[in-house]
Design a protein around this ligand. Structure first.
Ligand SMILES: CC(C)(COP(=O)(O)OP(=O)(O)OC[C@H]1O[C@@H](n2cnc3c(N)ncnc32)[C@H](O)[C@@H]1OP(=O)(O)O)[C@@H](O)C(=O)NCCC(=O)NCCS
Length: 173
């Protein structure tokens, strides 16, 4: 079965942290700790933390803060062996849907300058480079690229989203 038909996207809970941290440590050079995820999840009024699971196994997660009219994506990852199958897209779509329900109109995020895969991924959503934060990543001294979306409720973005949803449905078969 196509994996997109098997994924479940739901709110992250404390019980997910073992699976989330296993991926976080595998993927990121300076992984977030248990305490950071716990802290974020204690602030549910502004924190949007999602996991994707396949047959009860965590295969991806996304963290964001919804601050007024802004969704700020803080963390996002898909298990290395399951990339390029649409899981990241499905997760970000769910985040955008929920953010818009809460009144958001913009997405912002920071991404490592050398992280071309993620930058390509976000650019498919129409996110643009808005500037650099010099030396943002303490582990490597790398700069962060600040990316922002178009107006989420504008016709340009809405049409883009419809296209991405249609493409995802095609991928799911
Ligand atoms: C970024 C990330 C979450 C994307 O997840 P994913 O499930 O592979 O994404 P999707 O399959 O939905 O990709 C959608 C599109 O994004 C683009 N894209 C994704 N990965 C890409 C890559 N490695 N190279 C070029 N384009 C890529 C493609 O256009 C892709 O569509 P296609 O596969 O039909 O060509 C994943 O690569 C990841 O976990 N990276 C490591 C962690 C990370 O960098 N997180 C972001 C920190 S800001």
């Amino acid at each position: 079965m196509n994996i997109l038909n098997e994924i479940v996207i739901r709110d992250m809970s404390h019980f997910d942290l073992e699976g989330v941290l296993a991926l976080e440590c595998e993927i990121f050079p300076t992984p977030w700790t248990h305490e950071i995820f716990e802290y974020e999840m204690r602030h549910r009024e502004r924190a949007l933390y999602l996991v994707v699971e396949v047959r009860k196994k965590i295969v991806g997660y996304l963290g964001a803060q919804v601050l007024g009219d802004e969704v700020h994506v803080t963390n996002m990852a898909v298990a290395p062996g399951l990339r390029r199958r649409g899981i990241g897209t499905a997760m970000l779509l769910e985040c955008l849907r929920r953010g818009m329900e809460q009144g958001a109109r913009w997405v912002t995020l920071e991404v490592r300058e050398n992280n071309h895969e993620a930058r390509e991924f976000y650019s498919r959503f129409g996110f643009r480079d808005m500037g650099l934060r010099r030396g943002y990543y303490i582990d490597s001294g790398e700069d962060a690229v600040i990316m922002t979306s178009r107006d989420l409720k504008g016709s340009y973005f809405q049409e883009l989203l419809s296209g991405i949803e249609a493409e995802l449905a095609r991928k799911a078969g």
